[in-house]
Design a protein around this ligand. Structure first.
Ligand code: F0G
Length: 462
């Protein structure tokens, strides 16, 4: 009999050379740990976690090439050769002219916000990100969401939910005038929308619009290569273009960038600000010494900059991204088989569960996403993260934001877990889904002032 295979399997373009042993826990141990952590997965001890899907940030496995680059790091205080190597990689793969290293993405956001935003300015963006918006606000700006409506609809299957709705931007320009809008922040693969891409077509339209009005485009390029993968898969005319070329094209449509190298660039720490504008660079190069360190290290060790240079190159490989995003899709499909309500299409860095649909009997003030993240940890030791009302925080006037999306993020670190781990995760979510009607919500008993999701504490509702 002839063998027929509908679709041939793919596998990762690497193999393991070293493994990290994990602690296995019992349900009773996990329930105790959870209570001690105030039902906030950020406050668990990582040691008590079996499969850690809290974030894809700084949790990547570095390659043998990155580790060997570590050994060649130049730890000079000033003018380290590792800085020039990283600068060269950024210029070569992203195309920005000037580079200022920072300890991570938010360090770059701080510099850029202070330099470009004046008090009373408006800063539009394709959805907010927690630290990005806070830095804009601390610099005196007001964030305005101009992402397309589909992004706020967990069920919409629109392929480019990261797109900017240019009519929303235009309304803002008409209301306040372009002079009050120093730049629009465009994130590639929008994190809070579920890891959703922006299309080149939309970026080109935005470029045309902003050129006409004298507004800059600042690129939050944290997950640009994952966005490029989706463009290659979904956008007309890009099927045969390499991720490397798509990444370069995306960057060429923008004026400056902030980067958390802890994601796409496959390292455990690091970031940078980049710009094509000499004056902005001059100021950033000066300001960085106040917050991060000299402009040739910006809070990083030489070895970190070496690893970033190698990681950037590895991140734009077509084979790497196929396996990376392919693993996320695999988890999504497994969860979908169990009927779990998910944000669609599946994102680039994780699977986002629609907690409002999962726990429809809870109000948003009973924190459905926070509750669900806690329940999943108790079930299996899988750690996930709330991306809903707690993450959204409060407005300047103290009122809560009530985001439409109330999500639990199952974020997959790059090159870390196997397909079998993904099976365990999907089955755990399924077991919690099976008893969802019995699940009660949480109440917040401690709320920090800034970015409350990191340290807030909760108790179970009776
Ligand atoms: N922008 C985006 C889109 C991000 O996802 C992050 C971090 C940052 C900026 C800030 O970068 O952490 O290096 O200072 N996201 C992490 C996450 C924390 O888990 O999504 P950072």
């Amino acid at each position: 009999m002839a063998i027929k295979i509908e679709k041939r399997s793919w596998a990762e373009p690497y193999r393991m050379k070293m493994v990290e042993l994990l602690k296995m826990t019992t349900k009773a141990q996990r329930e105790k740990a959870l209570k001690e952590a105030g039902y906030n997965t950020f406050l668990l001890h990582a040691e008590d976690v079996y499969i850690d899907l809290l974030t894809d940030s700084g949790t990547n496995a570095m390659s043998d090439r990155q580790w060997s680059a570590f050994m060649t790091g130049d730890e000079a205080y000033a003018g380290s050769k590792s800085y020039y190597l990283m600068e060269k990689a950024i210029q070569q793969f992203y195309g920005y002219k000037y580079v200022v290293p920072t300890h991570q993405g938010r360090g770059a956001e701080n510099l850029l916000s202070q330099i470009m935003i004046k008090k009373g300015d408006y800063v539009p963006g394709n959805m907010y990100f927690t630290t990005t918006r806070l830095h804009q606000e601390l610099a005196g700006g007001t964030f305005v969401d101009v992402i397309c409506d589909e992004a706020h609809d967990a069920q919409s299957e629109f392929p480019f939910k990261g797109n900017v709705d240019i009519s929303k931007l235009d309304a803002l320009v008409k209301k306040h005038g372009a002079k009050k809008i120093p730049y629009i922040c465009v994130a590639t693969n929008v994190n809070m929308a579920g890891g959703q891409p922006i299309s080149i077509k939309n970026l080109k339209e935005l470029r045309e619009y902003t050129n006409k009005h004298g507004i800059k485009i600042v690129h939050d390029m944290t997950r640009v290569a994952e966005n490029a993968f989706f463009i290659q898969q979904r956008e007309e005319g890009y099927k045969n273009t390499s991720i490397k070329d798509i990444v370069k094209e995306i960057c060429s449509l923008t004026d400056a960038a902030t980067m958390s190298a802890k994601k796409d660039a496959l390292v455990n720490i690091g970031g940078f600000m980049a710009t094509n504008d000499w004056d902005v660079f001059e100021e950033a190069r000066n300001l960085v010494v106040v917050y991060e360190g000299l402009h040739t290290y910006g809070g990083l060790a030489g070895r970190d900059m070496e690893a970033i240079a190698v990681g950037i190159k590895e991140s734009v490989s077509d084979h790497h991204q196929k396996a990376r995003v392919g693993q996320v899709e695999y988890l999504g499909k497994r969860m979908e088989e169990f009927g779990i309500p998910l944000v669609k299409p599946f994102g680039g860095h994780g699977i986002f569960v629609d907690a409002k649909a999962f726990l429809p009997h809870l109000t948003q003030d009973q924190y459905p996403a926070q509750t669900l993240a806690a329940e999943i940890y108790a079930d299996s030791g899988v750690r996930t993260m709330e991306r809903g009302i707690i993450s959204a925080g409060r407005k300047a006037n103290g009122e809560n934001y009530y985001p439409k999306l109330e999500l639990v993020r199952f974020t997959i670190p790059r090159r870390v877990y196997t397909q079998a781990h993904m099976d365990v995760v999907a089955e755990s979510a399924a077991m919690v889904y099976d008893r969802r009607k019995k699940i009660k919500g949480l109440k917040m008993v401690y709320e920090p002032k800034y970015l409350r999701f990191f340290q807030a504490r909760f108790e179970k509702l009776k």
